[in-house]
Write a protein that binds this ligand. Structure first.
Ligand code: HEC
Length: 311
């Protein structure tokens, strides 16, 4: 870019914000070129953090956790929700608010071709508008939405990359960026599976559960390990116990591929010891020990994921 003459550089900058989408006429010939803008709209929401509108049919954001979130999705007109993390989708609430779920869990290390095909097809096979979500709405959800957006608008990779940029998807997940950039429309003959509830391995399911307990632990830590007025429903002891118990469960179902992995085993031991230390510290109200144990658990999540999950 730095080598371009100033005017060309400016032109390159300007076209980065839009793409031309060729709408098909009745005769199926590409006729009119419509401009698709990349000025995606963040929407403030109490129940759906990181809610982002990509166009009039495609939204991305965090998991709808409470019933009010489903009511909000209904108000946005959403008809199909696409969940891409390992937690079981709340299909009952979706149905209550007239929406359908499609569950395609993906890893942080990238999007497989069959999964990308499913994200591309869901926007033509299921009724829209669509809400793509992972747990926090920052990495995997926007990556899936980026593919849905490219399929819906016929924009090239610049459209998908613009979605990840706007959603602030982390560059620590290079596989997500790589696979969004490499996306090509599936062949008409490609078969896709769009289940409402996907089969998830016990280990992934337990990790997804852990992630939710960990969110609670973060809030409780911020409140000085006390029940806070802001989150009266969060009980420090109970959350710490769930964390410790979930690490015990995870350890007992370690997938074979990690059994002889030294870093995995080391970090699992640290997580087990530290989460158990956290419950003990809270039992005697020792805030500084609780902080120290919390920090050890946090580092174990990071180290283990860096090695085995994220790329
Ligand atoms: C000892 C290793 C290890 C530790 C410690 C660990 N994880 Fe994981 N985690 C993994 C691996 C490996 C995967 C990917 C599983 C796979 O793809 O097979 C994963 C997957 C996940 C996922 C994705 C699940 C999904 O939705 O598909 C989340 C979320 C997660 N971990 C959260 C956490 C949190 C939060 C912590 C700490 C409180 C933590 N993990 C601690 C190894 C670990």
């Amino acid at each position: 870019m730095s080598k371009l003459p100033p005017l060309l550089a400016l032109a390159a900058f300007l076209v980065a914000g839009a793409c031309a989408s060729y709408e098909k006429s009745d005769t199926q010939q590409a006729t009119t070129a419509a401009q698709v803008d990349f000025d995606f709209l963040p929407i403030a929401s109490e129940t759906l953090p990181r809610l982002l509108q990509l166009n009039d049919r495609i939204f991305s954001g965090a998991e709808p956790k409470v019933e009010l979130a489903f009511a909000e999705l209904q108000k946005l007109g959403i008809k199909t929700i696409i969940g891409v993390d390992g937690a079981r989708p709340k299909v009952e609430w979706a149905a209550k608010y007239g929406m359908e779920y499609v569950h395609i869990p993906i890893g942080y290390d990238g999007i497989e071709a069959a999964q990308a095909n499913a994200f591309a097809r869901v926007v033509s096979q299921k009724p829209g508008p669509y809400y793509f979500h992972c747990h926090h709405g920052r990495h995997r959800g926007p990556a899936a939405a980026a593919i849905g957006f490219m399929a819906d608008t016929q924009c090239g990779p610049e459209g998908g990359i613009a979605v990840l940029t706007k959603a602030q998807t982390s560059k620590n997940y290079p596989g997500l960026w790589r696979d969004v950039e490499a996306f090509v429309m599936p062949a008409a003959s490609a078969k896709v599976d769009l289940p409402a509830i996907a089969k998830v391995s016990d280990f992934d399911g337990a990790m997804a559960k852990m992630d939710r307990a960990w969110d609670e632990a973060k809030l409780i830590q911020k409140a000085g390990w006390k029940v806070s007025a802001e989150h009266p429903d969060l009980d420090p002891q109970r959350t710490a116990l769930i964390l410790a118990q979930t690490f015990e469960d995870l350890n007992s179902i370690t997938p074979r591929r990690y059994v002889n992995e030294q870093i995995f085993q080391e970090q699992m031991q640290i997580a087990l010891t530290a989460s158990s230390a956290l419950t003990q510290a809270l039992a005697v109200n020792n805030v500084s020990n609780a902080d120290a144990a919390f920090e050890k658990v946090r580092k174990s999540c990071k180290s283990c994921h860096f090695e085995y999950r994220d790329q």
